[in-house]
Design a protein around this ligand. Structure first.
Ligand code: MN
Length: 475
């Protein structure tokens, strides 16, 4: 078995979050719960109606193509892909055949074949009470981007990393929420195995696994197919077919034999004229691209010495990264050369924790980057210790107050006066004779117990290192 090498390609469909649908002005909201609300004669395929092209959707696909280094096709057109299915009201899908919007490009070292634009289908809903299947056309004709890769992928891990990075880029470009669980990004895996036999490469039959709606399903189906196809190939030939993924059984299941491309009888859409992409203002679209995740990773490494999981927590969340960068630049106005690491800790664990707990978004956040920087500066100056800093942060979160004001009003200053600390230490020693006796018997851990007691008496304002010294001197 180990001599089989997998060849994997991906086809990824993405719902674009335009205001209206692809060829009419019905609202684009596939999440609408009431069936058949966002529909009109055009997206229901009534005869005599004519489609018009949603330029925002075209621009979105062009921006994705630019972000992935593809060539924007100067001349493009739409085609009809004919097939019959109850969720397809016109009896054909308007798609793109031989002149897709984007040619080539690459991501994570994997070459892209093409990216084109088409429309989504409706949804079939089975009603178990009446045993009838009903059709909801809210999703019919929602703009759908299709990205196809070359079969460059060799493992489940590579496939998942590709899909994750694409999802992140789509979010950076703000063209789709790309939530797999909601069906906004749907992955299809093409996989075959091959091996060298006496110096000749033998390629096995390709199997397609459709409608994968989680990264786990993508990884699971590839692992499963590698094993299954290898088993089949020991005895014979893999059957060319489309399979689905059973999340419960964690295996792929046969669905149908695969149609050939000519079964779709593609022909140019007669109701939509071919057009030149230059008419959409390509320069302007190029200028609209944000800094992309890969560039941000490089810059965060260089500027803040951040990489790995710490950096990634910022890379995956543009708003958090923006807040972090603003706070770091404010921090420089307080003091040059401070390590942004401590700021990141207060931001990504404490502040983000408070935001999640209270369901507060960056839009409603009362703490400004400047005040977080100010708090970190106070910590650096030794004016407040970590326990006090957390209390201040909580108060800042609730009221938006200035950290120095909170520090003064609440008396959370770190205690530097050792005579005050000595008094507390003496009290604790007097109140805990058995802990003192333990210490004298050699149980050094009992110092920690007494430091804890002192800390709670001091409401976290005493420096534990200083306290330890005083305890040891006094015991
Ligand atoms: Mn498609």
């Amino acid at each position: 078995m180990p001599n089989y090498i997998p060849t994997i390609g991906l086809e990824i469909h993405v719902e674009l979050k335009t205001k209206t649908k692809m060829f009419c002005d019905s609202l684009n909201n596939p999440e609408e719960n009431h069936p058949n609300t966002n529909v009109c004669p055009v997206c229901l395929g009534h005869s005599g109606t004519l489609p018009t092209i949603n330029k925002e959707a075209v621009k979105s696909v062009i921006r994705v193509g630019m972000a992935l280094g593809g060539e924007i096709n100067p001349q493009t057109k739409f085609d009809r892909k004919n097939y019959f299915y109850p969720d397809l009201p016109k009896g054909y899908q308007i798609s793109q055949y031989d002149q897709p919007l984007v040619l080539g490009g690459s991501l994570n070292g994997i070459t892209l074949t093409r990216i084109h634009l088409e429309e989504d289908t409706g949804r079939l809903l089975h009603d178990p009470k009446t045993n009838m299947t009903l059709v909801d056309f809210n999703r019919a004709s929602v703009p759908l981007m299709e990205l196809v890769t070359e079969p460059d992928i060799k493992s489940a891990e590579e496939a998942v990393n590709f899909a994750k990075e694409l999802q992140l880029i789509l979010r950076y470009l703000d063209v789709s929420s790309a939530d797999m669980e909601k069906g906004q990004m749907r992955v299809e895996v093409n996989i075959s195995l091959g091996k060298w036999v006496k110096g000749v490469w033998k390629q096995g039959t390709k199997v397609e696994i459709k409608n994968l709606n989680s990264f786990g399903a993508v990884a699971g189906c590839i692992a499963y197919e590698i094993k299954r196809q290898a088993e089949v190939m020991k005895k014979g030939k893999v059957h060319q077919e489309t399979r689905g993924w059973d999340d419960g059984k964690y295996e792929t299941v046969s669905q149908r034999s695969k149609e050939e491309a000519h079964d779709y009888r593609y022909f140019p859409e007669p109701d939509l004229p071919p057009f030149e992409t230059a008419s959409l203002g390509l320069e302007e679209l190029k200028d609209s691209l944000p800094e992309l995740p890969a560039a941000k990773r490089d810059r965060f490494k260089k500027e803040y010495d951040l990489e790995g999981a710490k950096a990634e927590s910022l890379i995956i969340d543009q708003r958090l990264a923006e807040f972090f960068e603003n706070a770091v630049s404010e921090l420089k106005t307080f003091k040059e050369g401070l390590n942004p690491q401590i700021l990141l800790n207060y931001l990504s664990s404490d502040l983000v924790g408070l935001m999640k707990e209270n369901e507060v978004s960056f839009n409603d956040l009362k703490i400004k980057p400047e005040s977080l920087a100010h708090l970190v500066f106070l910590i650096d100056q030794g004016k407040v210790l970590s326990r006090g800093a957390k209390d201040i942060l909580k108060k800042m979160f609730e009221t938006g107050e200035d950290p120095e004001d909170i520090l003064n009003n609440e008396g959370l200053h770190a205690m530097s006066d050792s005579s005050e600390l000595k008094k507390v230490v003496k009290d604790i020693i007097a109140e805990n004779p058995s802990a003192v006796a333990d210490y004298k018997k050699g149980k050094t851990a009992s110092v920690q117990f007494m430091i804890g007691k002192a800390m709670s008496k001091l409401k976290g304002r005493g420096n534990p290192e200083v306290l330890k010294d005083i305890f040891i001197k006094n015991l």
